[in-house]
Ligand binder design. Structure first.
Ligand code: TRP
Length: 467
């Protein structure tokens, strides 16, 4: 009875590319990628990451869309449609829903920080004014502000709530009027902001050094751990492993070319990640700051550097507004996986599924929002060795995503009927000759690579011998 609700569909191929591109482009590109690149010495890390996107990310991206469009269902329904009601594959589908739920619950907390920082920019926190004369705040105070924010539980819960509210409002609108319409506005806006910031970065004295850092590999810098991070990053940044792209693919019309669209999405995502580095590093180098600052790079070092630049208020607002837009289009896709699956499997309307699941995700995210404030959840850290936020991040990125990606590759490569798989791959495509290379990469290279990555990242294989 659940299939009788009319299914959403993208109004155009461009709408799909912008929505899926919006899912891919997120905090992973602008917050995570620059600091991971900085920590791992630059160019060589970038090179390994590009290789991972091409050899592992792109084939899985195509696989997810192939499964989704063929089955015309969200994850759980897709596996059931292809393999039958009591197939064990439906467990993988439910795992996707749980992963989407968990990731969104803490992703929304980080996204909340971008709102707080945008507001700090608007209220001149970084450049306090006395009698209309504004001057950069003491760098130490700007750094400390991040710690103060993370420790302020109530403020984190508030922004987490606001961010979830916006995400729910967009997903309530459905595929065309909600997700596609907003992606059509947010993605171009994001690209324009990025180009404006980039034009400014080109003029910085540190631009030359940044180019060298990003594109001239020094072979002593990359560790085995860096290779694993590059692999994990390629997964996370393309939104793979939990059926987000599968769900978006299920709304794609049968005539659209999947290979071409996937390539465009991967190129767009990679371009934004590299552009984000070209915005961040020239500014960091111009003010003689450290590229290895870690997760604080974007929330501590960038505001300090921005505060000292001409037009700092506008630049700060643009930069954190950019982060917010990027986070929003990604969060939408995470919520949509959960909502679409509940609609299909439980038979709820979009309205009900979105409100109920959005509320549950908000509630489940509260411990992550409070994680930095110690207090109530301190004993959690004692038991698990890390706070609630980090536990959720670790659980999803190191366990659920690689396991999901592994089974999606096996399913598309070995389980799905050949004619269905081939038909989806070739429909509308000019690159039919890539079918067999894609299939065998998916069948062999991808599962082996994921297995090795995963064994390393959960510490079952020690990587000392690689050093
Ligand atoms: N790709 C997004 C980013 O780079 C995050 C994201 C959105 C995601 N949807 C996903 C990650 C699904 C894994 C799975 O920030």
């Amino acid at each position: 009875m659940t299939q009788e609700q009319p299914r959403g569909q993208w109004a155009s191929r461009l709408g799909f590319v912008l929505a899926a591109g919006g899912s891919a482009v997120g905090l992973g590109n602008i917050w995570r990628f620059p600091y991971a690149t900085g920590q791992n010495g630059g160019a060589l890390f970038v090179l390994v990451y590009l290789g991972c996107v091409l050899v592992i990310g792109l084939p899985i991206l195509i696989a997810e869309i192939v499964i989704g469009r063929h089955a015309h269902r969200a994850p759980v329904g897709a596996f059931i449609h292809i393999k039958g009601e009591d197939s064990a594959w439906r467990i993988i589908g439910w795992m996707s829903v749980v992963s989407g739920f968990i990731i969104l619950s803490y992703y929304s907390v980080v996204a909340g920080w971008t709102l707080n920082y945008t507001l700090m920019g608007i209220t001149h926190f970084f450049t306090p004014c006395v009698d209309n004369v504004c001057a950069p705040r003491d760098p130490q105070q700007i750094q400390d502000a991040f710690g103060t924010l993370v420790a302020a539980g109530d403020i984190n819960v508030f922004w987490h709530f606001v961010f979830m509210l916006v995400t729910v409002a967009i997903v309530l609108g459905g595929v065309q009027r909600g997700i596609e319409a907003w992606s059509r506005f947010l993605m171009p806006a994001l690209l324009i902001i990025l180009v404006v910031l980039m034009a400014d970065a080109v003029l910085q004295p540190g631009f030359g050094r940044a180019l060298g850092f990003l594109f001239a590999p020094r072979f002593d810098k990359l560790t085995a751990d860096g290779v694993l991070q590059a692999l994990g990053q390629s997964f996370f940044t393309l939104s793979l492993g939990l059926g987000a792209m599968l769900t978006y693919g299920s709304y794609l019309s049968k005539q659209s070319d999947i290979v071409g669209a996937s390539t465009t999405i991967a190129v767009l995502d990679t371009a934004v990640a590299l552009l984000a580095c070209l915005v961040v590093f020239p500014i960091i180098f111009s003010f003689s700051m450290e590229p290895e600052a870690g997760p604080g790079l974007v929330f501590k070092s960038m505001p300090i550097a921005l505060s000292m630049m001409p037009g700092s208020t506008l630049l700060t607002i643009l930069f954190f507004g950019l982060l917010f837009f990027a986070a929003l289009t990604s969060a939408i896709s995470l919520l949509e996986v959960v909502v679409a699956s509940v609609m299909e499997q439980v038979g709820w309307t979009r309205f009900r599924a979105t409100l109920v699941m959005g509320t549950l995700i908000f509630v489940f995210g509260i411990p992550s929002a409070l994680a930095g404030s110690g207090g109530v959840f301190a004993s959690w850290s004692k038991i698990f060795g890390m706070n609630f936020f980090d536990t959720m991040d670790h659980l999803s990125v190191n366990w659920l995503l690689p396991i999901g990606g592994f089974f999606i590759a096996l399913f598309a490569g070995w389980v799905m009927p050949e004619d269905a798989r081939r038909g989806e791959f070739e429909a509308g495509s000019k690159a039919r000759f890539l079918y067999l290379p894609w299939l065998w990469t998916l069948r062999l290279v991808v599962p082996v690579a994921i297995l090795v990555l995963w064994l390393f990242s959960v510490g079952i294989l020690s990587h000392d011998w690689l050093r």
